[in-house]
Design a protein around this ligand. Structure first.
Ligand SMILES: *[C@@H]1O[C@H](CO)[C@@H](O)[C@H](O)[C@H]1NC(C)=O
Ligand SMILES: *[C@@H]1O[C@H](CO)[C@@H](O)[C@H](O)[C@H]1NC(C)=O
Ligand SMILES: *[C@@H]1O[C@H](CO)[C@@H](O)[C@H](O)[C@H]1NC(C)=O
Length: 463
């Protein structure tokens, strides 16, 4: 099988094979994980990770030449380490990292030379205050309600994100709502954006319960309103941000490749764009899917389409092109509000992927350098970190307020924050050996995702 694949590429295209291989290995994950889309929030529980693979191609194993052709790797190792903020060898690794909350005069309080604290690099430190809400928050959807589903350990709730050179105050729901009077927010992207919006609604529910005022047919896009503040929050289902025809049923079984138009924006968000005061856009993992790429309605090629006689272009090709297109629109859009570009966040499947027995059993955060960044995440992240600064420079020329919400690193350090088997209600009722589907991608609610809102608030209050 492998040989047959190799025929498709001549030697010059070896790097493509590498990328292709990585993508295929992870494709199963992408196929299912982001498909838990339909009945979200609706009382019915669904099975977004069905056991049967349906008409999915069996993932083909392509050998990944780890140490070969370093130069042809899309992101050379050195480069990737730099980009993912892993100064593995710069700290004395023998020295245990203190997990104490720093007191006054602690060296952690010394600001960095440029005077601006990097909110995205730091550590998780113990916190006694626990979560901002509990499992009774009505907007938590079942697969993320880990405590209600019977997750036995609660230690994962007692950590706080501590940037290296500053403190982030706790999210203040009353102040947030006051600041957002008569304003509108939108979180645009895939199921992680939905995960995020639920966390935000739960935090705000301490002050006022949001009223749902809109949902689409499949409950993928929704809007809530806080009546006392005339504040509205939308979540917009647009996993590619560009126009895509997706041929999948609710279980995520695809009858055909995604048809992705790399030069057309998804109307779902663009049509409402100027109506929002704040936007958080994000994308990423859906680009790993099997897809046919179009530009000017002409087929350019595809990613993982063995049945078709098309050029394999790699998911990195489409991700870069789509991201550039979206950013280009934004920077020239004359938009008056604030746009956050949220980086894609990693999964923590260990010992396999979602469908090959992968799990996430950790119960405490990791320290910097302890979690390995998977190749596919390096590739997505590499593209994001290359494209964003160019866009931000253009945006500031055009007076558009575009900010980076780089949650990758702090998310990477939370392998303990996922539902794992507790995406189902009491999964081990049938015995400890019951076959249970795990989720090491989305985040438990309550859980580490609340820190995302602490950071957002800090960015809004202090620029
Ligand atoms: C959860 O929070 C609600 C609202 O703050 C509170 O009324 C309830 O007692 C809490 N439940 C538990 C189990 O702590
Ligand atoms: C409520 O907020 C929207 C903007 O989100 C604004 O257009 C509208 O005028 C506001 N309504 C009132 C009564 O202030
Ligand atoms: C595949 O496409 C190439 C180039 O368009 C063409 O020359 C070739 O005949 C096609 N092969 C098949 C099996 O259709």
């Amino acid at each position: 099988m492998k040989l047959k694949w190799m025929h498709w590429f001549n030697h010059k295209h070896k790097h493509l094979v590498v990328k292709f291989g990585v993508a295929i290995l992870l494709m199963g994950l992408a196929f299912r994980l982001f498909l838990s889309t339909s009945n979200e929030f609706s009382p019915k529980t669904e099975a977004p990770f069905p056991e049967e693979t349906g008409d999915l191609e069996q993932p083909i194993f392509v050998e990944f030449p780890q140490n070969e052709d370093q130069d042809e790797m899309p992101f050379p190792r050195k480069e990737a380490q730099k980009e993912t903020h892993f100064p593995e060898n710069t700290v004395d690794s023998e020295q245990p990292i203190s997990r104490q909350v720093p007191g006054d005069g602690d060296q952690d309080q010394i600001p960095p030379p440029n005077g601006k604290c990097d909110l995205f690099s730091g550590d998780w430190i113990p916190s006694t205050s626990g979560s901002a809400y509990n499992e009774s928050c009505p907007t938590i959807e079942n697969p993320q309600n880990c405590i209600r589903n019977g997750r036995p350990d609660t230690g994962f709730l007692y950590w706080k994100w501590k940037p290296r050179y500053c403190e982030i105050p706790k999210f203040d729901p009353g102040r947030f709502l006051e600041m957002m009077r008569n304003k509108a927010w939108a979180l645009i992207g895939d199921s992680i954006s939905r995960n995020h919006v639920q966390s935000l609604l739960c935090m705000l529910s301490k002050v006022e319960r949001a009223v749902q005022v809109y949902h689409d047919k499949d409950y993928r896009s929704r809007r809530w309103h806080f009546p006392s503040y005339n504040f509205s929050v939308s979540v917009i289902w647009s996993p590619f941000l560009v126009q895509a025809a997706i041929f999948e049923d609710f279980d995520g079984v695809a009858s055909s490749e995604v048809e992705l138009h790399l030069d057309k924006l998804d109307k779902k968000w663009v049509d409402q764009y100027h109506g929002w005061d704040y936007m958080i856009i994000s994308t990423g993992k859906w680009f790993l899917k099997s897809a046919i790429y179009y530009e000017g309605n002409e087929v350019l090629g595809c990613h993982y389409c063995p049945k078709r006689n098309l050029t394999e272009l790699g998911f990195d090709f489409s991700y870069r092109k789509a991201l550039r297109f979206v950013m280009n629109f934004i920077v020239k859009s004359d938009y008056k509000g604030t746009i956050f570009f949220r980086t894609s966040t990693p999964d923590h499947f260990e010992g396999g992927e979602w469908n090959t027995g992968g799990n996430c059993k950790k119960t405490a955060p990791a320290k910097e350098g302890e979690v390995e960044v998977k190749e596919v995440n390096k590739i997505l992240r590499g593209i994001e970190l290359e494209e964003f600064p160019k866009a931000a420079a253009e945006a500031s020329k055009h007076g558009v307020n575009l900010k980076l919400l780089d949650l990758f690193q702090l998310s990477l350090l939370r392998p303990d924050g996922h539902p794992g088997p507790y995406r189902q209600y009491h999964p081990f009722e049938q015995g400890r050996n019951a076959k249970v589907q795990t989720d090491c991608l989305h985040w438990c609610l309550p859980g580490p995702i609340e820190s995302w809102n602490d950071i957002l608030m800090e960015m809004i209050v202090n620029g």
